[in-house]
Design a binder for this molecule. Sequence first.
Ligand code: HEM
Length: 416
Amino acid sequence: MSTKYLLDRDRVRELFDLRGSYMAKMGGGYEDDPNPVWHELREQAPVHAGTVHELTGYSGPAFFQGLPHPDRPHFSAFSYEACAAAYRTPELFASSLTPVDVNNGKVAALNSMLSMDGEQHRRFRALVQPSFIPKKAQWWILNWIEESVGLLIDSFIDDGHAELNVDFCAAIPVLTITSSFGISVEQALDVRAVMNRRPEEIVQILEPIVAARRESPGDDLISVLVNAELANPDGSKQRLTDAEIYSFSVLLLMAGSGTTWKQMGIVLTALLQRPALLEQVRENPDLLRPTIEESLRWAPTDPMFSRFVTQDVDYHGVHMPAGSVLHICIGAANRDPERWENPDQFDIDRPLQPSLAFGGGVHTCLGMHVAKAEMRTGIAALLERLPNLRLDPDLEPPRLIGMYERGATEIPVLFG
Ligand code: HEM
């Protein structure tokens, strides 16, 4: 890797701007704090008819291609209990209404285990799970994370100032996941551009890598996918088809690069706005773990995921016909005062209990330990190498924005 600028900064900015053209379609135009409305909605009832953005009062574009399934009834859950129970009951709240046909000719993240249920989901998830267990965090850190973090800090340390959201937070996960796929640094941003535009074009980038790993496997994720053996119900096993490998890859590349950068920006924003806490964490880096956990509870970057209702049900007092869509508002669940005292307060000393930031049940985020390792390694290195790190008082301070993809605006800092 080159040492000065790892990635073209202007291009990173264009691809990772929450207010840019792609993200605007995902609700990036929403600039308020949704939590006061979510508190009101939760107090009125745990479950409401309607989508989260409509109920929040946001009328701008919130989904990439319009509301999915506009002809179905939509409901949204806001209490911790209603959200957690929906996650725990996949027979009633399913990820898809029909089994996924991965070999249907479409390369897409939705054409993967993300949309699978039951046995099909279990078989596909089992193929990659071993690469994402907590014990593997060190493999990710040593192979892919530490070096990128170090080189990124090298690229701005002599300037005395930096913009951390894009130049640091956005770059780390995209470099981590693409290099774990054997994709070169030069092509890392092409992957993000393709993901924003036409995910099926990823095939052109991956095809030569898949062919090379079939010839000679390496210690990377493509080799894992190429060698994976899917267990059939009759006990026989088979290698993944190319279509299965490509859709799996799109899911991992998308989930791996699109989320962690925003969450890391949220952690940094929370810390930089609380200089005393920042100092405490700098002096005792062990506090980074509870700080990251608290940021995930306080402001999960993706505050809503959806499920299909498989049969007529009365759920928390609301009748939902089979075929409806239930939106699980994990952002609201994570601030439910029934579970967390003073939920709006950012408090790293609160007793730790799991939040729904990484979802729940069988689809709980596969990459959560990688995401936490990236945030820990990145922020620990910033605190260690940049003395007197602080917000630049002459520039606009960061704010959290976005409806379904929440994250920080620019994070301008000074140091030294
Ligand atoms: C802070 C960063 C992250 C957050 C907040 C996050 C959040 C989530 C959530 C809430 C889900 C559940 C979706 C649902 O219920 O339908 C999920 C699923 C998933 N995540 Fe993450 N994620 C993060 C980082 C990552 C990373 C770094 C990777 C990969 C390297 C990843 C890979 C996945 C995959 C593959 C799934 C689908 C799991 C399944 O369907 O069984 N995520 N993530």
